[in-house]
Design a protein around this ligand. Structure first.
Ligand SMILES: [Zn+2]
Length: 234
């Protein structure tokens, strides 16, 4: 009994002390995450501009991505940051920069063309529009419009389908049955009479049953119905 008491005692002690130590750990974590960065004073640096092709038309809905030269270490934290141009060709890149990033060279990559941008924090701070201007003019020409290439693609598919219909119609017209079907004639289906196992045209079966086998019209209809439904199943 003494041993049990002792165990309970220690477990209570442990539970009593754990929250306290946990709490101080959390305080330390919060300090690291919230207090220290604010001491360094990161600020938001925005690069914005309009991207155009060589002919001056805007580059819409296209990636603008930051890549870096391998020796430019101050660029590396921003590598991979990207923005999409809107319907007017405007992009806006947002970076959390610190004092020591001032003067670092970023490479803006658009459609495999590279453009240099030097971080200038004072320009950002003095800017009335809350971003640093960086318009980009590409050397490449505007690619063919996606609507036009979509139309061309549709035209090819349509002509392929039309060609297939033509070929199929032509092969059908080569046989007598096909020619007859083409002008609206359908060959009557041949069924087997369940009474005499003779082969007979579908629409003659009922009268055949009544006349040849002397079956009541109602019953003849039922028998014919069974024969027809068997054909449908096939
Ligand atoms: Zn028969």
């Amino acid at each position: 009994m003494m041993k049990y008491d002792c165990k309970i005692q220690t477990s209570i002690e442990n539970n009593y002390f754990r929250p306290k130590s946990m709490r101080s750990l959390w305080v330390a974590v919060l300090l690291v995450f919230f207090v220290f960065p604010s001491l360094v004073e990161a600020e938001t640096y925005r690069i914005s501009g309009i991207v155009t092709y060589s002919d001056g038309s805007t580059v819409n809905y296209n990636d603008v991505e930051i890549i870096c030269q391998s020796q430019e270490y101050d660029c590396h934290p921003f590598r991979g940051t990207e923005s999409n141009t809107d319907m007017y060709g405007r992009f806006t890149l947002e970076l959390d920069v610190e004092e020591y990033h001032d003067g670092a060279e970023l490479i803006l990559n658009v459609r495999n063309e590279n453009f240099s941008h030097i971080i200038d924090i004072s320009e950002m701070q003095n800017s009335s529009q809350n971003f640093v201007d960086n318009d980009i003019q590409l050397l490449q020409n505007r690619p063919p419009a996606p609507i036009f290439s979509g139309f061309t693609c549709g035209l090819i598919i349509f002509s392929l389908a039309f060609g297939m219909v033509l070929v199929r119609t032509a092969t059908r017209l080569m046989t007598p049955v096909g020619r007859a079907e083409f002008v609206g004639y359908r060959a009557p289906r041949i069924v087997e009479c369940p009474e005499c196992h003779g082969r007979i045209e579908q629409h003659r079966l009922i009268s055949h049953l009544i006349v040849e086998h002397e079956i009541e019209p109602l019953e003849a209809g039922e028998i014919a119905g069974i024969v027809f439904s068997k054909i449908e199943m096939k």
